[in-house]
Design a protein around this ligand. Sequence first.
Ligand code: GAR
Length: 190
Amino acid sequence: MKTRIAVLISGSGSNMQSLAHACRGADFPAKVELVISNNPKAKGIGIADAMGLKTCVINHREFEQRKEFEQQLDIKLRNNRIELVCLAGFMRVLSPFFVQKWQGRLLNIHPSLLPKFRGLNTHEQALKAKEKIHGCTVHEVVNELDSGPILGQAEVPVLPEDTPASLAQRVLAAEHKLYPQVLREFCANL
Ligand code: GAR
């Protein structure tokens, strides 16, 4: 039986697309059952629709409290019998209220080699620190931001002529390979 996953996005959704593409493989141990965006304008929602995936928008702006937003998220996931949640460019911080409900079944991809460069603007941070190697990490989500057990990492070189944008592009290409690999392994061991 394939693990029923939901992918949570906020923007362009390219990692969601790479996960959904991998999940189409007959021997891949997971299936994307739902794509949720907190942002009604996310480009990724259109991509998911075009791929024939079930989509839904839960706009965080419509809730006064973070907890109410997270409650709706949780209800949606449970109603769809989701077993594992993959954050893929989901740009809302999830509070302990949600994280505790899904702990051990909540993965994230982050555009740096954690524990280096938590938070935002990781490519700027890497360039500023004059790193020669940069990359991305898939990890389990815990209460502390961009922490939690590391499940896999991919490295890319930092080139002398790199800008944040060129580096982001190279890292993103590595993310698209890493996330499906880690997901496959994680589900195989569930
Ligand atoms: C990716 O680089 C992802 O690692 C990053 O946002 C981008 C989303 O791209 N996530 C974070 O920074 C989370 N803190 P995508 O929407 O095309 O997958």
